[in-house]
Design a protein around this ligand. Structure first.
Ligand code: GCB
Length: 666
C-alpha cells in the first residue's frame, strides 16, 4: 500500500478500496439489512460516543499510518494524539488551521470493554455499527481488519463477535481510518488539484475542489454503536402500507439469518397498547379495520399516528429455543402522484417547507440532540410540513423524529455536484446505484419519506446524463415501487435529460440573485415563465425546490439592497406572488433555501458561509422567518378548510390555538 509522492487523492482512495476488496474478498453488492440498533428483550446496545483518540496523518503522502500500521497498536504509541469528540466533525473543534482544512486520512481509536455476558455466550452476535464516517472508512478491531465503507452519510456495520469473544474481559481496540478525499467517482464528487508551479506553491501542494456549496466536513459524524442479536436473528423488515375503504393494510416481509427452521410471529400494537392485528410467517399482510392513518403535520388534527410492529423470531436449535424480537414504528399511509397532484392518503398535499443542512457551529456535521430538537421546534413554529434532505441522507434519528412529528421528507442521496464528464462514467454510475440501494434499505420503512431524490443540480444537459439518470431513476423505482422519484434541476426544460424519467419535477432558481442582481421587478415574470415552460413540456407536477437570497443578519437597507434583510424578504414575497398563481394548479410545493445559514468553502461569494438561511446558524430568526411563518400557517389553514370541510371549525380552532401557542412562546 505504498503510495508515491503527493498521490493522496483519487488514486489512493480507489486504490485502497480495490486492494481491500481483493484482500478480503469483499463483495461490493449490499449484504443484509440495516435495521436501526435497538434494545429489545433479545438485544442490547452500547453507544461508543464520547472522546476518542485522534490523529491526522499530516505526512506528505498521507500514507504514514498505513506504512507504520497504526492499527496494530494503540494509536498514542504512534505519536501525539488529540481528544476528539464523537459524534462531531473534526474540523472546527481545535484551533489548528491545518486540521480545519485537512485532506487525507485521519485515524480514530477507542478502547472498549465489552460486557462479559456478550462475550461468554456463543449464542450472542456482537455488531459494530458506524452510523456515518465521511467519506471512506476502514475499520480494525484489535488490529484485525473488519470492514470498510465508501460514502459518508449512510451506516455500515461488521460482525465482531469472534474478535471480542477471543479476548473476554480485556479492552478491545477499535481503530477507524477515514479519508475525506472526494474524486470524480465519489458521491458527492470532487477533484484533487495538484499545484505543480514551484514558484507559487510548495512541493506536493494540492487542494480539494468540489462543485457543491457546503463545507466538506469530515469525521465520525453520527453515533458508533455496539449491539447484540442472537446468532439466529431478524436481519431485515420491510413494510409497505395501503388503505382499502378505511381498512389499513400492512404488507410485511421479514428476512431471517442463520437458520432455516424458524417461526415468525407478528403483532401490531396501537398507541393504547392494544393488539390490532396478528400475523405469522416471513411474508404477509395485516389488516387493521378503521385504521388511524399517518397524516402529515398540519393536515390532520392527530398527525403522525404510529402503530408498533413487533416481530418475534423463534428458532429451535440444538441448544434449545432461541428468540429474537425487533419492533418497528409503522405509519399507515398512501402516497401517489396523480395528474398534477401529490396525494397523501388520497388528499392533495402541498409541500410548504424548507431545505436543510446538517450543520452547526463547532460540531460541523456532528449529530447533536439539542440541535436536532431545536430544529424540529423551529419547523413546527414555522408551520413547515416538510423538508428535503439537501444534499445527502440525514441521521436516522432525524428520520425517526419526522415519523413522530409528521414532517414529510424528500429523501435525497449525496448526488450533488455531478458536473465532471468522468462522473457520468460506469464506475460512478455503479456507485450511485449502490448508494441508492443503501439509502432505500435504510429509510424504506419511514412513513415520513414520501419521495426519493437521486441528485441535485447535475449537469443534466450533457449527453451521457440521459442514460445515467434513466438508469439511476429506474433502479430506484425498482428498489421501491411505492414512492415517486425526483431529481432536482437547475437547467432549462428543453435540454434537461433527467426530467423525462422523474415523477415530480423539482426546480431550483435564484432570480435577482445570481443574475439580474438587484432587479427585483423581474422575479415574478421569470418564476412564472419557468413554471409554464416546464409544465408545457412535461405535464408533471412541479416543486419550487429552492429559492432565496443571502441576508447578513443586521444589514438593513430600504429601498432593499442585496444582502440586506429587506432584500431577502422582498425576493421571497415576489416568489410567493408567483407561487400563489400556480399552487392551486400544478405547482405542488415550495421549499425555501435555506432553513439556516451554513458553512461553505471560502470564496469571494461567501461571507463566512452561505447566508440564505431564514434562521441564523445559531437558529435565531431573521425577518424572513416571520414572513414565511405567516405564509405557511395561512396555507395550512386553507389546506384544512379544503380537505376537512365538515370538520373545518374544529380544525381551524385547534390550529389557531397551536399557532397562538407558538407565538406566545416567541
Ligand atoms: C443551489 C444549490 C445549493 C446552494 C444554493 C446557493 O442551487 O443547490 O446547494 O447552496 O444554490 O445558495 O447558491
Amino acid at each position: 500500500m505504498q503510495v508515491a509522492g503527493a498521490m493522496v487523492g483519487a488514486l489512493w482512495v480507489t486504490g485502497a478500496a480495490a486492494l481491500w476488496a481483493a484482500l478480503c474478498g469483499r463483495a461490493l453488492a449490499l449484504e443484509g439489512g440495516m435495521l436501526y440498533p435497538q434494545e429489545t428483550p433479545s438485544r442490547e446496545r452500547k453507544d461508543l460516543n464520547g472522546l476518542w483518540d485522534f490523529r491526522a496523518d499530516f505526512s506528505e503522502d498521507r500514507n504514514q499510518g498505513f506504512r507504520e500500521r497504526w492499527y496494530q497498536r494503540p494509536l498514542r504509541e504512534s505519536g501525539p494524539v488529540l481528544d476528539m469528540p464523537v459524534p462531531s466533525s473534526f474540523n472546527d473543534v481545535g484551533q489548528d488551521r491545518k486540521l480545519y482544512s485537512f485532506i487525507g486520512w485521519v485515524w480514530y481509536e477507542r478502547q472498549v470493554l465489552v460486557p462479559r455476558s456478550w462475550t461468554q455466550d456463543p449464542g450472542t452476535r456482537v455488531m459494530l455499527r458506524i452510523s456515518s464516517a465521511h467519506y471512506y472508512a476502514i475499520v480494525w478491531v484489535n488490529g484485525v481488519h473488519v470492514t470498510e465503507h465508501e460514502g459518508g452519510h449512510l451506516p455500515f456495520e461488521a460482525d465482531i463477535s469472534k474478535l471480542v469473544q477471543f479476548s473476554p474481559g480485556e479492552l478491545n481496540r477499535i481503530t477507524i481510518a477515514i479519508n475525506n478525499t472526494l474524486t470524480p467517482h465519489t458521491l458527492p464528487p470532487g477533484i484533487i488539484e495538484h499545484m505543480t508551479d514551484s514558484s507559487r506553491y510548495p512541493k506536493y501542494y494540492f487542494v480539494q475542489k468540489t462543485n457543491f456549496d457546503f463545507f466538506n466536513y469530515a469525521g465520525l459524524h453520527r453515533s458508533v454503536f455496539l449491539y447484540t442479536t442472537p446468532v439466529s436473528y431478524i436481519d431485515d423488515v420491510t413494510v409497505t402500507t395501503d388503505v382499502d375503504q378505511g381498512t389499513g393494510l400492512v404488507n410485511y416481509e421479514i428476512v431471517v439469518k442463520s437458520n432455516e427452521n424458524f417461526e415468525l410471529e407478528l403483532l401490531l400494537w396501537d398507541k393504547e397498547g392494544r393488539v390490532v392485528a396478528k400475523g405469522m410467517g416471513a411474508r404477509g399482510q395485516l389488516a387493521v379495520p378503521s385504521a388511524q392513518l399517518w397524516w402529515p403535520y398540519l393536515m390532520h388534527e392527530q398527525p403522525a399516528y404510529l402503530y408498533t410492529l413487533e416481530v418475534t423470531l423463534v428458532v429451535q436449535t440444538g441448544a434449545g429455543i432461541v428468540s429474537d424480537v425487533y419492533t418497528l414504528p409503522v405509519g399507515i399511509r398512501t402516497v401517489e402522484v396523480v395528474h398534477n397532484q401529490f396525494l397523501i392518503n388520497g388528499k392533495p398535499f402541498y409541500f410548504h417547507g424548507v431545505n436543510k443542512h446538517e450543520d452547526a457551529d463547532i460540531r460541523g456535521k456532528g449529530f447533536d440532540w439539542a440541535l436536532v430538537m431545536k430544529d424540529f421546534n423551529l419547523l413546527r413554529w414555522l408551520g413547515a410540513n416538510s423538508f428535503r434532505t439537501s444534499h445527502y441522507p440525514y441521521a436516522e434519528e432525524v428520520m425517526q423524529l419526522c415519523d413522530r412529528y409528521g414532517i414529510v421528507v424528500i429523501d435525497e442521496c449525496p448526488g450533488v455536484g455531478i458536473v465532471l464528464p468522468e462522473s457520468f462514467k460506469n464506475i460512478s454510475l455503479q456507485h450511485h446505484l449502490e448508494v441508492m440501494e443503501e439509502l432505500v434499505r435504510r429509510d424504506k420503512n419511514h412513513p415520513s419519506v414520501v419521495m426519493w431524490s437521486v441528485a441535485n443540480e447535475p449537469v443534466s444537459w450533457l449527453a451521457p446524463a440521459a442514460y445515467y439518470f434513466k438508469t439511476v431513476i429506474g433502479h430506484t423505482k425498482a428498489l421501491d415501487p411505492t414512492r415517486p422519484v425526483t431529481f432536482v434541476s437547475n437547467s432549462r426544460p428543453e435540454v434537461d435529460r433527467g426530467a423525462p424519467y422523474v415523477d415530480v419535477i423539482c426546480i431550483n432558481n435564484y432570480y435577482s440573485w445570481y443574475h439580474d442582481y438587484g432587479h427585483l421587478e423581474v422575479i415574478q415574470l421569470q418564476v412564472n415563465a419557468a413554471f409554464e415552460n416546464w409544465y408545457k413540456l412535461y405535464q408533471k407536477p412541479i416543486i419550487q425546490s429552492e429559492y432565496g437570497a443571502d441576508n447578513i443578519p443586521g444589514f438593513h437597507q430600504d429601498p432593499p439592497l442585496m444582502f440586506s434583510e429587506e432584500y431577502q424578504k422582498f425576493v421571497l414575497q415576489q416568489y410567493h406572488f408567483a407561487l400563489d398563481q400556480k399552487r392551486k394548479d400544478y405547482v405542488i410545493g415550495e421549499l425555501i433555501w435555506n432553513f439556516a445559514d451554513f458553512m461553505t468553502d471560502q470564496s469571494p461569494r461567501r461571507v463566512i458561509g452561505n447566508k440564505k438561511g431564514i434562521f441564523t446558524r445559531q437558529r435565531q430568526p431573521k425577518g424572513s422567518a416571520f414572513l414565511l411563518r405567516e405564509r405557511y400557517w395561512k396555507i395550512a389553514n386553507e389546506t384544512i378548510f379544503a380537505f376537512q370541510s365538515s370538520d373545518s371549525f374544529t380544525m381551524l380552532a385547534s390550529l389557531s390555538k397551536q399557532s397562538q401557542h407558538h407565538s406566545n412562546s416567541t
